[in-house]
Design a protein around this ligand. Sequence first.
Ligand SMILES: Cc1cc2nc3c(=O)[nH]c(=O)nc-3n(C[C@H](O)[C@H](O)[C@H](O)COP(=O)(O)OP(=O)(O)OC[C@H]3O[C@@H](n4cnc5c(N)ncnc54)[C@H](O)[C@@H]3O)c2cc1C
Length: 494
Amino acid sequence: MKFGKISPEIVQELKDAVGKDVIFDEKTHRMAYSRDWSPRDDKNTTLPDVVVRPRTTEEVAKIVSIANKHRIPVTPMGGLTGMGGGAVPIYGGIAFETKGLNKVLEIDVENMTATVQAGITLWDLNQEAKRHGLYLPHEPESKKAVTVGASIACNNDSTFGIRHGRMVDHLSNAVIVTGEGKIVRAGRRKAMCSNSGYQLNWLLVGSEGTLGIVTEATVKLIPVQKNRLVDMIVFPSLNDSMYAIRDIMHAGLALESAHINCKQRLRFYTHSYKEKHGHEPEIPEWSEALLGISFATAEDTDEIIKFNRDYAIKICEKNKGLLVKEVEITDGWWASKYTVNFTPFKQKWPDSQREKKFGAVDCGFPIGRIEEGYDKFIEIATKYNQQILGMCVYHERPNRLSPSISFAVFVDDKDPENIQGFYSYVREMSEAAIEMGGTSATYIGDSEFKTPWIGELEHQEAYEYMFKIKQVFDPNGIMNPGKKFPIKMFGYKE
Ligand SMILES: Cc1cc2nc3c(=O)[nH]c(=O)nc-3n(C[C@H](O)[C@H](O)[C@H](O)COP(=O)(O)OP(=O)(O)OC[C@H]3O[C@@H](n4cnc5c(N)ncnc54)[C@H](O)[C@@H]3O)c2cc1C
């Protein structure tokens, strides 16, 4: 069996159903939707046959119904910043641009919720919420481009995860268009807690567009934070920095962010210092880990967070930490994480990402084996000739050590061998993580490149049940084919 092909008649059928201003089949449009941020060479790029940009849930449902009738692949797309090929239309078909679904439907100040169309970016949602004194504390670095729908679909991480968690912690309601074109409202309306039925809205979290297209979401907001204190502390080992975070939480201090960087990433953050002073800052030779922390409050005064911050620094010092005094370094880190005004992104190599892109494997190691995970990173990246950028660790469950890890390297997009080496590195790192009791994915997801082996390596018995769920939502396997389940499981030929 093969997927259906888009013909001029099907393009016309789509135009008749939703209007010609929603459907684009010119090559220039199709080229713009052929890849995401994942390292790949030009030969490994598939053009979609048509691009759609609907504006309502009903239009989405009409398009998916037509696709389902003709068994045309449908690939949902957000900001296309995904790093694993999740939004790449590997079997052609329909590139589903969701950014036309960009309206704020309601800000409910009393209940502190926002209901939005899912193609809105996190940034635009917050611009609107802030006008009401509220905000969604979900802040990946890429928030200017990333959509709410993609944040649900790929369960991405957030600078403020250690205090506020991820989308799963904010999401009370979602509307999904299934692979059959049915509109399903899943969730608890505006109640944040419910144990009625299955929590289908949470099933969508991390589903990577394989169950359907998220078209609307209701998310919980918090008051805008008026005061914030940001610091960096260096440690002689990664474990010491972990222990410091643990002890800060156990002391009852409300960390807003906690982000560990390995020593290779230090030069990222020393950049602004070097620019200003003309020389490198004096960071102790023994520094193996760099911990960035913040405390924030909705109060007009910084009294409470000052107490929290001072106490946290004492705890860091007890764990062999040393406060970084050079504000430019701390500012550099904060700019990269939060204010989106990060100098290295604008500089020339070796400090920039203009000449070579970064690629990352996001496998997770258990807390007690982070140091070993880091050693594996150096060993395996070196084995596959990958240029090391560095490791960083967020924590993504409120008040817990819960590492979401990025093991990043620079990848030369113009060198197929280097790209091939990158994917061997991804697989071997994932194998090492699983063997040590960890996981193959903490923020990128299964995406295109892990799909051929995740069933066997990562999920074993449970994979069969996952496939049954997939079949319920998408019986013909048209939703983002080749992600999470190889297409042969639906009887399609490559
Ligand atoms: C410079 C840079 C910094 C980054 N920083 C971070 C970071 O701090 N934290 C982090 O976690 N990631 C980060 N990333 C990775 C990336 O931004 C995230 O994975 C993000 O979630 C991708 O969102 P997107 O809108 O670009 O989605 P896309 O790449 O377009 O899509 C991602 C996945 O979601 C699916 N999808 C999209 N919209 C929908 C929808 N409406 N319904 C169903 N499925 C949908 C797609 O099919 C795909 O599987 C970064 C990337 C870059 C390039």
